[in-house]
Design a protein around this ligand. Sequence first.
Ligand code: HEM
Length: 135
Amino acid sequence: MTAATNLIQHSFELAAERCEDLTPLVYRRLFREHPEAESMFRREASDLVKGSMLALTIDAIMDFAGDRRGSFRMIECEVQSHDAYGTPRKLFGEFFGVIADTMREILGAEWSPEIDDAWRRLLGEIDRVVTQTEA
Ligand code: HEM
């Protein structure tokens, strides 16, 4: 495990201490910054999908930033399934940045330059996966 991993995991731990559930904050920000995303979720059972989608995305982020045991592969798989749902790749990639920005807001002064740097590098790497995954 690298120091950068610790920082990503640490940032999620700090967020969990301050906020029981990131879901409403992440989707509020997503829909504020990307209003077109809201109507992409079907109306019924959409809260379940949203909660589960975020939880699985966070698992994948932690694994991607950590020892890459398996769930990091979900990012590539979901790029392809979201192509099929009609989610533009750019928007798909931006979801990770929305999570990062939500965490930055929750952590406030505890979002250190080191955490910021670890996230910036991670988002760059994820962006390469998202743009380079084959159709
Ligand atoms: C803003 C970007 C995104 C939009 C608009 C979006 C949209 C959706 C929609 C509409 C569904 C439900 C499909 C259905 O009707 O069953 C879904 C499911 C899912 N999405 Fe996303 N998605 C986005 C980003 C992501 C990202 C970045 C990941 C993770 C890498 C992800 C992972 C998943 C997973 C795992 C499910 C299945 C959840 C479940 O049913 O348990 N999504 N997404």
